[in-house]
Design a protein around this ligand. Structure first.
Ligand code: A3P
Ligand code: MG
Ligand code: MG
Length: 369
């Protein structure tokens, strides 16, 4: 296939993104959707979970043999995000005003790029004034394979370690608010079947400098209840597991990891992160509450690693300006960063159409508009 010549966006060393910051908007949820226990799409909040502290200690491996695991070999593109946006637009009678529409995971990769060397590949297309960005599924699968084959220090398989994260979610949440749940359920969450097909996803409108961005992403739980007025901040909770911090080196690794936690939560406006600390063997021993907003200054105060949230924001804002200046025509574009590369490349892989990024349903709806 003959590719158009690549345009390149440089990833300079972080100090070059100093100086005055850029305006950011607070993310506001304007729609949501759920996947039920069979991963069927539902235009509602039926899979929302309420946070309730887990009973300690707990064995995170328990129930791994009955794990109902989502098959991620299927490429889901932006389908559910588009269906949710479409339904919102049908109620409003107009298109949303976002310049960029994507999953939270894509922006997490961009925001982290000045500090990590992770490779990524995305597909993008311009349709009716918005750039839609999806992950390049084949690339993701390939990368996941490599990750699964990487030997682990503690001798556990990466699939079991990934189960630990979902098990922690089951141990720390309730399917309905606390007042509507029996004591018995709360005390026996350890016996619940772990199922990662079920998800609640928030769809927000936010801003990076000149760009209005619509992001869809999974939210693990809510602290209390959604506010009365739409658009008000929501007390979301992000759940994370991490190995116990035993020596100085562990704290260094954790502070590095906190950058990803912070970015991920910042993007959807999640104010609180609950970290479940576990032993090397997967016993959950302790939980700690972090306020997302305070993470950058706490990490800076410890001075073990240096990352600056403002740099992540400024970099992303400049990148989105550049992307919008370069994707000006139809077709499918590839956004690519090779491992440790200091450029993000952009080139056209299809000259016409929108590939599989935009669904027929969404296109037919927008044509009518
Ligand atoms: P931990 O983050 O506690 O390890 P999220 O935190 O984003 O809500 O994801 C929930 C869990 O999904 C993670 O829990 C982890 O177990 C699993 N997970 C997420 N991304 C993963 C990846 N790239 N590879 C393997 N497991 C992953
Ligand atoms: Mg999650
Ligand atoms: Mg989580």
């Amino acid at each position: 296939m003959a590719f158009s010549p690549a345009a390149q966006f440089p990833i300079y060393p972080p100090p070059q993104y100093g100086g005055p910051g850029v305006a950011v908007k607070r993310p506001r949820e304007f729609a949501c959707f759920s996947y039920d226990k069979d991963h069927a799409f539902r235009l509602d909040d039926s899979s929302l979970k309420w946070y309730y502290p887990p009973i300690l200690p707990a064995d995170l491996s328990k129930g791994a043999d009955t794990f109902v695991k989502h098959d991620d070999s299927i490429d889901e593109h932006l389908d559910s995000l588009l269906a949710t946006i479409q339904s919102y637009e049908q109620q409003k009678g107009e298109a949303i005003d976002a310049h960029i529409v994507t999953w939270r995971g894509m922006l997490t990769k961009i925001m982290a790029a000045p500090y990590d060397g992770d490779a990524f590949e995305m597909n993008a297309t311009l349709y009716r004034g918005s750039i839609f960005i999806e992950e390049n599924h084949a690339f993701k699968q390939q990368k996941q394979q490599q990750e699964n084959n990487r030997p682990r220090r503690n001798g556990f398989s990466s699939s079991l370690m990934s189960f630990w994260g979902y098990k922690f979610e089951t141990l720390s949440t309730l399917p309905r608010p606390w007042g509507e749940i029996s004591r018995d359920y709360i005390e026996n969450r350890d016996n619940e079947v772990v199922n990662n097909k079920e998800q609640y996803c928030s769809v927000v409108r936010t801003g990076f400098g000149n760009s209005i961005v619509c992001i869809g992403g999974e939210v693990d739980a809510i602290w209390d209840a959604k506010p009365e007025n739409p658009g008000e901040p929501i007390n979301w909770v992000e759940l994370k597991t991490s190995a116990e911090i035993r020596e100085a080196r562990d704290q260094v690794n954790f502070d590095r990891k906190l950058m990803k936690y912070w970015i991920q939560s910042f993007l959807l406006g999640v104010p609180k992160i609950i970290v479940g600390f576990r032993t090397q063997k997967g016993i959950l021993t302790r939980i700690e509450e972090l306020q997302t907003m305070n993470i950058p200054k706490e990490v800076q105060h410890r001075r073990l690693v240096s990352w600056d949230g403002n740099v992540c924001i400024k970099f992303t804002s400049l990148f989105l300006d550049w992307l919008r200046a370069n994707i000006t025509d139809e077709g499918v574009w590839r956004i690519r960063r090779a491992h440790r590369s200091n450029v993000i490349e952009l080139f056209r892989v299809e000259e016409v159409g929108h590939g599989n990024i935009i669904t027929d349903d969404f296109m037919n709806w927008r044509i009518k508009l």
